[in-house]
Write a protein that binds this ligand. Structure first.
Ligand SMILES: [Zn+2]
Length: 111
């Protein structure tokens, strides 16, 4: 519970979206893009190196594929799979080091 304030992020973090994420993270186990299982225990950032972990879980918004769908509709995806599909929310939140770290860890042969 005390870690919540550390992980709290501003921006696209409204309650409905957070609830949608919570549901997806609780119910789904496999990446909606590559079909492989997602280790939901992996942190977004490695606590030791501070590097973004491309294998960590992410909430893949499907609105970019279907603009008429529920804006809070989405599915579980690896961060690298989500990013490779054009994760605008990742890029919009931070520019620079995060995006570089993301792309540096992505190997096209894995997709
Ligand atoms: Zn994946």
């Amino acid at each position: 519970m005390q870690a919540r304030s550390l992980n709290y992020r501003r921006g696209r973090s409204g309650r409905p979206l957070q609830r949608a994420k919570d549901r997806v993270y609780a119910e789904e186990t496999h990446c909606c893009r590559c079909g492989q299982p997602v280790d939901k225990t992996l942190p977004y950032r490695d606590p030791v190196t501070g590097e973004v972990n491309p294998e960590s879980k992410s909430f893949d918004h499907l609105t970019e594929l279907d603009l008429e769908s529920d804006p809070y509709d989405g599915h579980l995806a690896h961060l690298r799979c989500n990013a490779s599909a054009g994760a605008r929310y990742v890029n919009a939140k931070r520019s620079g080091p995060t995006e570089e770290a993301l792309t540096a860890g992505i190997d096209d042969s894995l997709l």
